[in-house]
Design a binder for this molecule. Sequence first.
Ligand SMILES: [Zn+2]
Length: 135
Amino acid sequence: MWQRIKGALQRFMMGRHGGDQLSLAMLIVGLVLSLLSTFTRFMPLYWLGMIAYIWGIFRMFSRNDAKRNEENQRWVTFWTRFKTEIRQFFVRLKNFRKYKYFKCPQCKSRLRLPRKVGEVTVTCSKCKHQFKQKA
Ligand SMILES: [Zn+2]
């Protein structure tokens, strides 16, 4: 009995995309939003949650594997960047008194100087651009 169900399920999922990080994220978003909507009684949250849910499930059963992989790749890249940004934000917050943080005017990469060094010429570690910076 279970064998047959398993077999049928396997046949059904054949050539379909299956679960990935983006679908998982959508299911979690759907769950969180629908929980929030029950607490706040704010119905648009519920509908947004349902859309996230349906999109997540649609992606799992989708037969367009290439498209889904591309979406998932974009999501993973975004999420990794987002997590790094958050982590760096807290590091900057912690070292706020010790360092002045600023961006390279040319390549926008983030740099720092110890506070109270006065005006110095900074060489960007990434693009080697030189500029004056007060700290
Ligand atoms: Zn630079």
